[in-house]
Design a protein around this ligand. Structure first.
Ligand code: IVH
Length: 697
């Protein structure tokens, strides 16, 4: 209990009542904010608090630092004072996979053998506590004789900032320690914990910010950081911050002389006993593999937790051994973070492209500097809608936070305002559909802009259906319904996404069984070998049909060459037979779009990059296959001789072996391995019989 030495004119009964109220209110507070199990109503709680406030107003000398009325103090006059931590607040080493964790243990075994050589210590390497790694901010709470006297940020690990008034305002921070069974509290105790904002509260906060016309936060961590560093603690109090404690950083025994816990497992229960909030998903294991299994289970289960975690922490249970093991840099040897695949990263927003949803809704998309998130390279992400862009104040050129989780389409969560240079450009919503020019409309009560033109070529499902259609990439088994399903499920946001579909993705869709899924994947894979002109058709460039696509393919031989020439000027295209000024302009405009380049890069990355030899107009005039040399391997629908004669009738040449002069290798059933290998080696395109016929059409 806190000392209350100040002389007072209050009658003893009032002094007693005030002390009782303080204890009672702190108890209910603890039940509500730490245990999540209140036993009185909010109204009853308020009545107690009001009674205490009244007493304290009349007799200010009765106010103690641990009084629940003192949670929200006055704003700090200027900045935060610095506090030196009782001992360095270390960080944690990371392991990004199971092998990394095993390697950590191997290092420990070696270290113990070399430095301690004690078999007892070796045995202690098979005693672990696993805890969630909360994605929040480290805080250090200090208690003198059981009363909260100081709260600090981690700072640089040695010196932090004094944010005592703010932490006082966090309801799950005990203002006074609980004493169990008459035991004394330590004379001095510093506890380390993580302050964070639960996801649901974060979302609510953002809604409220929105309603108030204020800036929203990109993630719970930023929201928590902002709340903790408020100069006015009443603002912190309005932000629903929470706390989970997991370590003791300083301990001076109290009256009964009890010492600090010797293991991590005991630490957690000791902290719980003193009234600190402690995670209930920590577990103890007597071997590393079980500890690892517990960690990996949370890769999925993290979504069920009410707060963000970015991994699990595996700690040696024996604190004495952990202490003796010391640290490397800022990382203690005795613990390791098992990091989960990242879900967000920052990158530069280069441009905004637009796609149209199935219903005609205009969706702004971020064209991003490529960034890796959780093992995947992201080059585009949704910006949801223009209201959202304005609200989050996202600008072109901004460094932005990009998120991707599970099956969710990557999205831009917000700008990193601190990284602004002043050269960023405001994003203005289009007034007309960028694909068809129809004036955009806004439906009552909706944020999206709509293109009302049902035939608008910009509609994503149409674009994809066109791409997979028989005139283009000819991917069998991808009817409109399935395309719609894929879009609906967020699996494809552009045609390149088709190539990263996985079987699990498809099996998650309605009416998709193993065989159907495999067939579709095979068809998608096979489409990578379609001739260049089909890909050009598939990309749906305005005014570009098969004739123009063939002409462009023949002239440039690859997408890269086409884009390079077309983005330079439309004139570079105009002398091509079959390409008039309208087409040239359209192709040129298309080639200059950042979104085009991003899409092409994505397709190439997926292995869709057909090449063919460049052919002159004269060669094309002598027959559709003129100037092209073919090699045939395997069994086709007709005898080899018949196929060869047909190729020649179309102006083509047939030879026996693959060389750098070969235009195409025509592949039938049971093809010869050496020819296939040679073609691969020389980058000679391989086509099937049907594609061969297509070439001559
Ligand atoms: S233990 C010596 N346990 O993760 C003790 N840290 O990336 C080292 N964190 O700075 C820290 N939850 O802020 C530990 N259960 C937990 C944690 C945890 C979150 C944070 C902590 C640390 C960071 C390291």
């Amino acid at each position: 209990m806190s000392k209350n030495a100040a002389p007072t004119s209050a009658p003893p009964s009032v002094v007693e009542r005030a002390a009782w109220l303080r204890a009672e209110i702190n108890e209910h507070n603890y039940r509500y904010h730490v245990l999540d199990a209140p036993i009185i109503s909010d109204a009853e709680f308020d009545a107690l608090l009001n009674e205490l406030r009244e007493i304290e107003a009349q007799y200010p000398e009765l106010i103690t630092p641990d009084s629940p009325t003192q949670r929200v103090g006055a704003p700090a006059a200027e900045g935060f004072a610095k506090v030196r931590h009782p001992q360095p607040i270390l960080s944690l080493g990371n392991a990004f996979d199971v092998a990394g964790v095993r390697a950590w243990r191997d290092r420990l075994v070696k270290y113990v053998q070399q430095n301690f050589g004690d078999s007892d210590d070796l045995r202690k390497l098979d005693d672990y506590v696993v805890e969630p790694k909360i994605d929040g901010l480290t805080v250090v709470l200090t208690y003198a004789d059981g009363v909260f006297v100081q709260g600090a940020t981690r700072g640089d690990g040695l010196v932090g900032e004094d944010i005592t008034p703010n932490l006082r305002a966090v309801k799950s921070v005990p203002l006074a320690l609980r004493r169990k069974d008459g035991s004394a509290v330590p004379a001095r105790l510093s506890v380390r914990g993580e302050a964070f904002m639960p996801i649901a509260d974060f979302e609510k906060l953002n809604e409220a910010q929105l309603a108030a016309g204020e800036r929203t936060f990109a993630n719970p961590r930023n929201a928590a950081a902002g709340a903790l560093r408020q100069l006015d603690p009443s603002l912190t109090a309005k932000r629903p911050l929470r706390l989970l404690c997991y370590a003791i950083v300083d301990f001076v025994p109290g009256a009964d002389g009890h010492v600090a816990p010797r293991t991590q497992w005991e630490t957690l229960s000791y902290l719980r006993q003193l009234g600190f909030p402690v995670t209930d998903i920590a577990r103890r294991f007597d071997n590393l593999e079980d500890a690892i299994a517990y960690c990996t289970a949370y890769v999925e289960k993290r979504d069920d937790l009410p707060f963000e975690i970015d991994g699990m922490v595996i700690k040696l249970n024996d604190l004495d051994l952990a202490q003796r093991l010391g640290y490397v840099g800022k990382d203690p040897r005795g613990a390791i973070a098992f990091k989960f695949p990242a879900r967000e990263a920052t990158t530069i927003l280069k441009d905004v492209s637009v796609t149209i949803g199935r219903t005609g809704n205009i969706v702004p998309n971020a064209v991003l500097e490529p960034v890796h998130i959780g093992g995947i390279t992201i080059t585009s992400a949704t910006l949801h809608n223009y209201d959202d862009i304005a609200r989050k104040d996202i600008r072109i050129g901004d460094r932005v936070i990009v998120k991707r989780a599970g099956d969710v389409i990557p999205y831009v969560a917000g700008p990193v305002v601190a990284a602004r240079t002043g050269r960023e450009r405001i994003i203005t919503p289009p007034t007309e559909c960028p694909f068809c020019g129809t004036p955009l409309t806004r439906r009552e009560g909706e944020v999206a802009l709509y293109c009302t033109n049902a035939d608008c070529p910009g509609r994503l499902d149409r674009a994809i259906s066109h791409f997979v259609g028989s005139g283009a990439m000819d991917i069998q088994g991808l009817g409109e319904k399935i395309v719609a399903q894929l879009i609906e499920a967020g699996l494809v946001a552009d045609v390149a996404d088709l190539y990263s579909l996985k079987k699990e993705d498809l099996l998650g869709l309605e009416k998709f069984a193993e065989r159907k899924a495999q067939k579709l994947l095979d068809a998608i894979e096979a489409s990578k070998r379609q001739p260049l002109y089909r890909l050009i058709v598939g990309l749906g460039i305005r005014h570009v049909g098969e004739v123009a696509a063939r002409a462009l393919a023949d002239r440039f031989g690859s997408l890269d060459a086409l884009i390079e020439a077309a983005s330079e000027s439309p004139e570079r295209l105009q002398d091509i037979e079959g390409v008039g000024p309208v087409i040239a302009e359209s192709v040129s405009e298309w080639a200059r779009r950042d979104s085009t380049r991003a899409l092409i890069a994505k397709l190439k990355h997926a292995g869709v990059d057909p090449k063919q030899e460049v052919r002159s107009a004269e060669a094309r005039a002598e027959g559709p296959l003129a100037g092209r040399t073919f090699v045939i391997t395997g069994t086709l629908s007709k005898p080899r001789e018949a196929i060869a004669a047909w190729i020649e009738s179309q102006g083509g040449k047939v030879t026996d072996s693959v060389s750098k002069n070969t235009s195409y290798l025509v592949v039938g059933d049971a093809p010869g391995a050496s020819k296939i290998n040679k073609a691969r080696q020389l980058n000679v395109p391989m086509i099937g019989e049907e594609e061969l016929r297509n070439l001559a059409r």
